[in-house]
Ligand binder design. Structure first.
Ligand code: PAF
Length: 288
């Protein structure tokens, strides 16, 4: 695996790959890689002649009181894992390389209606930061395929919409959430949990599973399902941010005819904000 830190070096490598007719796959990350990131690599490896990964802790997507400085940086381990998994090119730029004029006057990409709800409401500016850096990375790498995890369901939805709205020539591949054996979704932020918090954390997914079971059995009392989930999260020691049932494509409140839904939840365990989700299909009316 080749490791480059400049946009010019990525473009040079891409030119060679393109002229050899190779399909380009891309896995953008912020590093501190776990099995969930490696599953993104595995999803693209078979169909791509050149597989590019990036590691960049993007300051634009962190709020002023968030964990930018504390965000775990483990470049040497990440490099070894990506290389072992068959990544061809790693782009690990500095902040100055990506934002040479700083971030204040940086042109931003904003996805209305998706960037300011749910996690976007709790983390103002976060999704503009994500959309902006992903746009820049797509401009640099010009991938045919790019992989994103379903764990960040709102991010995935927003990126799909951005790609469509801006006519970007990239196919987004989504990859199922990787979980620990007790159900907790893998996340770099799990490393912030104390051992007691880690033991309680799987309650987040359990509350989602319970809600999904009620919906699948035909229960349409969404307010009640949500209230029960919020109470069970509090009981498990979480401070819930939101627990909600949405239309899977738009993330809007579901109408009575919407069958393809997603349950989305975000909750604080101590100082760590965890998110998780699960898609669920509402049964046809009259079906058992
Ligand atoms: O999901 C992430 O790790 C980040 O939001 C991403 C997509 C790499 C953009 O910084």
């Amino acid at each position: 695996m080749e490791n480059v830190a400049t946009i010019a070096a990525v473009r040079e490598r891409l030119q060679t790959a393109r002229s050899a007719g190779r399909t380009v796959g891309f896995v953008p990350t912020m590093g501190n890689l776990h099995a969930g990131h490696l599953a993104l690599v595995d999803a693209l490896r078979p169909q791509c002649g050149l597989l590019v990964a990036s590691i960049f802790v993007n300051p634009l997507q962190f709020g002023p009181n968030e964990d930018l400085d504390a965000y775990p940086r483990t470049l040497a381990e990440d490099e070894a894992a990506l290389s072992e998994r068959g990544v061809d090119l790693l782009f690990a730029p500095s902040v100055e390389e990506v934002y040479p004029d700083g971030t204040t006057l940086q042109t931003r990409v904003s996805v209305p209606g998706l960037g300011d709800i749910l996690c976007g409401a709790s983390r103002p500016g976060h999704f503009d930061g994500v959309a902006t850096v992903v746009t820049k990375l797509f401009q640099i790498v010009t991938p045919d395929f790019a992989a994103f995890g379903r764990k960040d369901f709102q991010q995935l939805t927003l990126i799909r919409r951005m790609v469509r709205d801006l006519s970007m020539a990239v196919t987004i591949v989504d990859v199922p959430t990787s979980r620990a054996s007790d159900g907790l979704a893998l996340s770099s932020r799990n490393g912030y949990l104390t051992s007691d918090e880690r033991a309680r954390a799987p309650a987040l997914y359990r509350s989602i599973e319970k809600a999904a079971a009620r919906i699948e059995s035909g229960d349409a009392a969404f307010d009640d399902i949500t209230a029960e989930a919020m109470a069970s999260l509090e009981q498990a020691g979480f401070r819930p941010d939101y627990f909600t049932i949405r239309n899977r494509d738009t993330l809007a409140e579901p109408g009575p005819r919407d069958r393809e839904l997603v349950i989305l939840a975000a909750a604080w365990m101590g100082r760590t904000r965890l998110i998780d989700n699960r898609t669920v299909d509402r049964p046809l009316q009259g079906a058992p």
